[in-house]
Structures are given as C-alpha cells and as structure tokens.
Design a protein around this ligand. Structure first.
Ligand code: ARG
Ligand code: ZN
Length: 883
C-alpha cells in the first residue's frame, strides 16, 4: 500500500501564474544513453508594481539537474531547492534570464511521456504534463511562450531533426553529428512542444490557403511505410479546406508536418505545426488497412488539424477546461466526417459508441462533469465524457442556435481569444454575446455529471384535436453530486400520421406554426407541450438525431417501433426504432432464458430485418447498421444487474435465428452486392457495400452450411483488400471449423508478420473471440513473438480487446479473467501508468454484476491497490472505484 497519498487538485484553487516566460530557447543534445537539455528562459514576474517577488516554483519530474544560472550567474546548490516535483528559487529582479541544464534518459522512458524513443527515433509527448519530464518549466497551459529549439544528434542514425514552426538554420558538427534550429513564431504552452529525430522518409505535398498562401505539407514515416500515406495526406488537405469553408479558419504557418510513431499512448497529438501520430492513425493502404482504419485515419488527421484553431491558437487556461478544446474539436471532426461521408451513418456510429461506453462511464465510479471539479492525475481525464459527451454539449449549442448563429459565435470566440488561454465559460460567453442569448442554465451540462433520463408521456384528445407531451427529466446521483438541477434538453421531434407522414406542428400559445419538425427546449423538471389542430392520433418521432445525450423513455409498443422502423422519414430514428425494438426483444428473451424457459423469437424483429434487407433503395451502410444487433456492452449498460452469460447466449441465439429465418434473402443481397475484385475505393458508397456484405457474411456463417463456409474461405483467400479479408477471418475465427480457422490464422500471420498494425488486427480478432477458452488463447497470444507489452497498440489489441470486447470470457465465473487483467495492470503500472490506468476501466464496472462477480472484481482491485509504487494514475482510478 502506498503510504503517501497523491494530492487532489481543485478547479476552485486556480491562481494566475506568478511568473511568465516570454521566450524559451531549448537545445537538445541527443545520445544513445542520455540526452542533455539546455534551456534559456526569458522570464518576468506576472504582476505590476514594486511588491516583493514571490518564489519561483518550476515543475520538473524524473530529471537530473546539471546546472542552474540566473542572469548568467551559476547558482550554488544552496540557492535553490529541488524535490521530486519541483525546483524552487528566489528571483531578485522583475525580469531575468534563467538557464537550466537537465540530463534525461529517453531510451529508458517506457511511460511514453516526455522525450522517449520509439523504435529507432526520438519523439515527444508533452500533453498534458509531459514537458516537466524534459526540463524544469512552468508546465501549465496558461503560460505561453515563443519557442526556439535546436536539436543535435548523430547524422547517420538521425538524419531528420524536427521541432515546431519553421526551420531557421542547420549545420554539421565534428564526429558525424549535426544540428537544426526551429523557431515557432506563435506563443504556445509547453504541452504543444514537440521534437522528432530519426531516419524517416518524407512525403511532400502542398496546400494553397484561402488567402492564396502556399503551405508545405509533409508526412514523415519509417521508410517501409512510404506507400501508406496517401489517405492521410488527402484527409489533411480536405480538412484544411473544410475548416476554411465551414469555420473561416486558415492555416497559419508555412509548413505543416505529421510524424508517425509506433509507440504512442493515444491516437495523436496536435503539437504546433508538428503533429505526432500513432502510426495506426496515419498509415492506410487497402492491402493492409480496413475501412474502419481508413475512417479512423481521416477522423484523427482532421481532429488534430482542427486543433490548430480550437486548441492551439485559442488554448485552455487550465486542465479542468480540457473539453473546451477536445469537445469542440470532436464536434468539428464529426461534422467534417458527416460532410465527407453519410451524415446519418456517422451519427448512428457515434450514438452507438456514446451509449455503450460514455453512458457506462457516467454511471460508474469515475463519473465526472464535462468540466471536472477535481482530479489527482489529469491523464485519467482524457475520457469519453471530456471528448464525446463534450462534443454532444457543443452539438446541442449548435442545435439550439442553428448553423448560422453558431458560426457567428465561433467567429467571435476565435477573434476575441486568439492567442489566449481561456475557459469553457469564455466559449459560452462568445456564443451568448454574438447572438444575444442566455446560456446560464445550459451551462449545467458543464458542471453536472450523469446521464439525464427524459421520460415522456403523451395524451391525444380527439375532441379538442390536441396532443400533449408531458416531459419529465431527472438525473441519477454521481460521486459528489447527490442532487441535480434540470438541464436544457433540446429535443428534436415530429408527429407522424397513420401513413408515416410528418404532420404540421402548432404549439398552443404560439402564433406561428413550427413546420413539420421542431426542436423543443425542455428546461423544467416537468414540462407540458400542447400541440393543436392535430387531426388524428399521431405517433411521435422523438429525440431525432439524438439531439441530446439523454436516455429517452417513452411507452412505445413493439408495434409502434415496427411502424417507426419501417416508416419514419427520419433516417436516424428509423435506425433507432429498429435498435430499440431489438433491445426490447433481447431484454425479454434474457428474462425468459433466466427463468429457464424456451426461447422464441418475436417475428416482428425478423420481419423488420427482412424488409430492410429487401429495400435496395436504402443506403447499404444503414442496412448494415440496422442488422447489427445492440452490443453486449450496451445491453450490460442498460441492465440493472447484468447477467453476462444470459446476454451473450441470447444475443448469439437471436443472431442465429435471424440468419436461419432470413438465409435466402441474405444470400440474394450478399450476391447482389458483389465483391470488389482487385479495385478498391475508400468512398462512402464502396465502404457501405463492403460493410453490408461482410455483415451478411457474418450472419450466413452462423447457418453452418458448407456453402457459407466455402464462400467465407474463398473470400479470405481471394479478397482484394484487407476489409474483406479481415471480415472473412473474423467469421472463421468465431466458427467451429477448427481446421479452416487455424489455416487462415497461420497464413495471415505469416503473410503479415512484417506489418505491426496488421498483426494488431490478428491479435485483436483472436483476443475478442467469444468462443470458450478465451483466456487460454489470450495467454498464448501474450507469448507470441510479435507481442510486446511495451507497445500500447499491442496491449490494446490483446489485453484491451479481451477485457472490453470479450465479455463472456473476461467475466468467466471463476474470476480468472479478472485475475489475468489485474496481473497485466500490475506489470503495466511499472512500465506505463497511463496504459495501466486505461486497462482498469472494465474492472471498475463491478457494480453492474452479480454478487459473486462483484466480490471477485473487487478482490482484484484491492490486490492492485495494495501494490507498492502505485502510480498516481492507477491509484486514482482504483481508489475511486472502491470508494
Ligand atoms: N490532445 C490529444 C488529442 O486529443 C490527445 C492528448 C494525448 N494525451 C496523452 N496523455 N497522451 O488529440
Ligand atoms: Zn484532441
């Protein structure tokens, strides 16, 4: 057990920095066994007048301090104090220059935070608080400084030397060493600093901005990956154009660089002018990457690029404001994707993800508001709530204002705060001031955690031709927040007549009608909306586009859901109706299964699926989304006490019933869709076709016919792209055909052994296979030559996939799944606390399960908590989840 508890940091304790850093001059001398970092900081006190100067406390961790100079005078060791987290000294002038040299060991940095080595290259990750592992500094986002950086290294091993901004000079040293100096003209916080040194291949392109400036675009990758950068480059150019068109935001430097690294804790990082990416978010080639990977590359490239304005030009005052840049930027990348592909499908994907994952976070021990009040380790707050729920909050503002007024608001925000470090309140104030609106109540979305429940009941009165919607909202208690105030819930809706047509909307007390679709603002705990001139009893189509991140409860019958699934003119709600019908059917069957009674499928679900399959006018991607049953994770989230075995059993049983009942129409559609042969395109229509075809292949394999097996094997062998090949492999791995399965896995591993990202897929497919014996398979994968616990992508592909996607095996009744994951967390805690902490999430959800599993999960959490040298990251999550 750790003796000293890490400290909690509170938003209410925020204080302006005592000192500012106008200029930061860095020189890095990189060697194989250490690096020397020389900094020269032009500093001044952050106060007017003549008052006594406060002590200067610089952040620093895991540094070997070599020297400190104040205005060129070396300080004696008794002139400053150093502890585990800081360097303190007493300035004597209001303005001064501080020069510090530290020694660090990037080659031993397994936490991948600060300066570290990935493969043969040096790279950095400084957000949120990694810069303090490089040198002593005011490592907080409200200290913004102009950086000049010189990098020195051996020329043959590190021909490419990069940092933020523009290359100023470079040259040779004796002994085969060389150097390059970069200057970033834009003041920035240290978290946006980056450095790269390596032997990298460069792909060049260019972009002409809206004002006619020419920007050089460069992607740097390891030479063997040079053929896999086209999609990232194309996505970058489309992002740059889109941000000009939609937000009026132009790129501001003459050069924009992306570097791909294999070892990275997250997806990517928006360092000014020098984005560093997990290679999984850059590399994409049809032979090696699936459509999902192509989509992810596009999304992450766009996300990091958009940060140049929403994050870099206007940054966060403190880390409590993280969602200011992340929520807004996720909203921006989602809209970009919607404009590039299918808006409805993108929304379905995002809502599915949010409900299965963020809702669970909101209901768990780490629940926190979009703007948290406190944290122990900020790395733990790069969460689904900050990112995805934060994006939903921005989306609601967009919905309430409409596109045009929202744009007026963001124009004012960027204009007013360019070059500043600001708060979520400043963002809201800009939207308010630009439009003369008041978002005081709306701001509760930033301060209150938890997923609100919106319960709606209706009453039709034929005599007065009125239709009433009674809306009631509530929000469950979350840690530290027993009571909640009502939210502002924008609820997009329509009323449908017996033919499924939208009816005119006339609200009582309003002069003007509202057309046939409107957004109601639900602001009270209980609120009545009365529609007039409603000539027949309507069926309401509620919360269209998922216009607020809430749980909607309305007493739809199964027939209502069938009707909406077939007739709602709104694509999103058509999917939602089919989905909620499936949820209802599955939940009913789970109860029947638990009671030990035989299962019988409600044929209405089958008929909806049949109708959708036969509707060739419907976007194929939509069909695929409707056919995909609600995930086990979502069914667990919805359950009071989740019976994992029953959920898994019943869901698989329904899939098999659908496959058996719809075999013929599935084959017809499967054949109609055809394969791609050797031509591949990453456009939305082709991806939609592959998505549906592979969904059907998965179903058809459940019929266990020789026909489906040979179609699957044939697709695996002949596929002209990784999407189709991988889908066939998944179907084989989850089938009982041991021989074909093993042959395919072996062939795949052999063919792609030199491609780490493809091997990640190979690991992930096996680790998530729900067939019995999953733990033993995963243990075997851990000793495979291509597995490496120091590489986060491998950890996610094996341990992460097992704990998050293989629920039947992870939750096996004897607790061995939990024990295995806990063992890995204990190992990772020493190596990489951020990744260790991520892997904890499934164990923290223990309250969802039966008493015996609860005890087993808690026992593992307790065992972790008792470990020596627990990182702050792991300590925070474990202690909060046991509290
Ligand atoms: N700001 C980055 C992004 O969302 C992610 C930050 C990475 N943080 C980390 N602790 N590795 O684009
Ligand atoms: Zn981001």
């Amino acid at each position: 057990m750790r003796t000293e508890q890490p400290t909690t940091i509170h938003l209410t304790d925020y204080k302006q920095p005592d000192y500012l850093i106008d200029e930061t001059h860095l020189t890095f001398e990189l060697f194989e066994d250490h690096a020397l970092v020389h900094s020269r900081l032009a500093m001044r006190v952050n106060a007017d007048g003549e008052g006594a100067l406060p002590p200067l406390v610089l952040h620093g961790q895991e540094l070997m301090l070599q020297s400190v100079k104040l205005d060129d005078q070396s300080l004696a060791a008794d002139a400053y104090q150093v502890d585990e987290n800081s360097l303190t000294l007493q300035p004597v002038a209001r303005e001064f220059e501080l020069a510090i040299t530290t020694r660090i060991e990037p080659q031993n940095n397994t936490a991948l935070e600060g300066l570290y080595k990935s493969g043969g290259m040096f790279c950095t990750q400084c957000e949120a608080e990694g810069f303090r592992k490089i040198t002593y500094y005011l490592d907080r986002p409200d200290v913004m400084s102009r950086f000049t950086t010189t990098v020195m290294a051996k020329r043959d091993a590190y021909p490419v030397l990069l940092s933020n901004g523009n290359l100023i000079t470079s040259g040779e040293h004796e002994g085969g060493r060389h150097w390059a100096t970069w200057e970033d003209p834009f003041p920035k916080p240290a978290y946006l600093f980056a450095l790269v040194a390596g032997d990298l291949y460069r792909i060049d392109d260019s972009f002409t901005t809206m004002s006619g400036r020419e920007v050089e675009l460069r992607i740097y990758v390891e030479p063997e990956n040079r053929e896999q950068c086209g999609h990232a480059m194309d996505s970058l150019k489309r992002s740059m154009r889109w941000d000009e068109d939609v937000y009026g935001r132009e790129y501001d430097l003459d050069i924009f660089m992306i570097v791909a690294v294999n070892d990275f804790n997250m997806g990517a990082m928006e360092n000014k002018g020098l984005n560093i990416f997990n290679s999984s978010c850059v590399l994409a080639h049809p032979d090696t990457a699936t459509d999902a990977a192509f989509q992810r590359v596009e999304a992450v490239v766009a996300h990091e690029y958009f940060h140049n304005w929403s994050g870099n030009r206007v940054t966060c005052r403190d880390w409590f404001q993280l969602s200011l840049k992340e929520g807004f930027t996720v909203f921006r990348d989602a809209e970009f994707n919607a404009d590039m592909n299918s808006r409805t499908v993108k929304r379905i994907e995002d809502v599915t993800f949010l409900r299965a994952n963020q809702f669970a976070e909101d209901a768990g021990p780490m629940a926190h508001p979009v703007r948290p009040d406190s944290f122990i380790e900020i790395s733990n707050f790069y969460t689904l709530t900050i990112y995805e729920k934060g994006a939903e909050v921005v989306r609601m503002l967009h919905t309430l204002l409409g596109a045009e007024r929202f744009r007026k608001g963001t124009d004012l925000y960027f204009d007013r705060h360019d070059g500043q470090a600001v708060t979520c309140d400043d963002f809201i104030a800009a939207l308010e001031d630009a439009n003369g609106v008041d978002f005081t109540q709306f701001k509760r979305w930033y301060s209150q955690a938890g997923t609100p429940v919106l319960q709606i009941d209706s009453r039709y009165d034929a005599a007065t031709s009125t239709f009433q919607l009674l809306c009631r909202q509530s929000c469950p208690a979350t840690p530290g927040q027993p009571e909640k105030q009502p939210f502002v819930i924008p609820m997009r809706m329509a009323l449908l007549d017996g033919e499924g047509r939208e009816m005119p909307l006339q609200l009582a007390g309003e002069d003007q009608g509202r057309g046939t679709e409107t957004v109601l603002a639900v602001t009270e705990a209980e609120q009545l909306f009365v529609f007039e001139n409603v000539t027949e009893e309507p069926l309401p189509s509620l919360l269209r586009e998922f216009s607020a991140p809430v749980k909607l409860v309305y007493p739809y019958s199964r027939d209502d859901r069938v009707f909406l699934a077939m007739h709602d003119p709104d694509g999103f709600n058509r999917w939602e109706a089919a989905q909620s019908l499936a949820v209802d059917v599955l939940q009913g069957l789970i109860q029947i299964h638990q009671a030990g009674r035989p299962l019988l499928l409600d044929q209405r679900l089958l008929e909806v699926h049949r109708a959708v399959l036969e509707d060739t006018a419907l976007d194929a991607a939509m069909v695929a989304e409707i056919l995909r049953l609600p995930s086990e994770a979502y069914l667990i989230e919805l359950a009071e006490v989740a019976d994992v075995d029953a959920i898994h059993h019943v869901r698989e049983w329904v899939r098999r019933e659908l496959a058996t009942g719809l075999t013929e129409v599935m084959w017809t559609r499967f054949r109609q869709l055809g394969d791609d042969g050797s031509s591949y395109s990453a456009d939305a229509e082709s991806m939609a076709r592959r998505s549906l075809r592979n969904t059907l292949l998965g179903y058809l394999m459940l019929t266990e016919s020789s026909e489906s097996l040979s179609a699957c094997v044939q697709q695996f062998v002949e596929a002209g792209n990784m999407t189709d090949r991988q889908a066939a492999l998944v179907a084989l791995v989850n089938s009982p055909h041991e021989q074909q399965k093993q042959a395919a896995l072996d062939e795949f591993a052999q063919r792609w052994s030199d491609y780490p990202l493809v091997m990640d897929q190979w690991f992930g497919i096996q680790a998530s296979s729900p067939l019995p014996g999953g733990l033993e398979r995963v243990q075997a994968l851990m000793s495979h030559a291509a597995f490496n616990i120091r590489n986060p992508n491998k950890v996610r592909a094996v341990i992460g996939a097992f704990a998050n996607q293989n629920l039947a095996n992870f939750h096996r009744a004897d607790g061995e799944g939990y024990r295995f994951v806990a063992d890995q967390i204990i190992e990772l805690n020493r190596l990489n606390p951020q990744i260790a902490s991520r892997m904890l999430t499934p164990l923290t959800r223990w309250r969802k399960f039966d008493a015996s599993r609860q005890a087993l999960m808690k026992a593992e959490l307790t065992r972790i908590l008792a470990c020596e040298d627990l990182s702050a990251d792991v300590y925070e999550v474990v202690s909060k989840s046991l509290a």
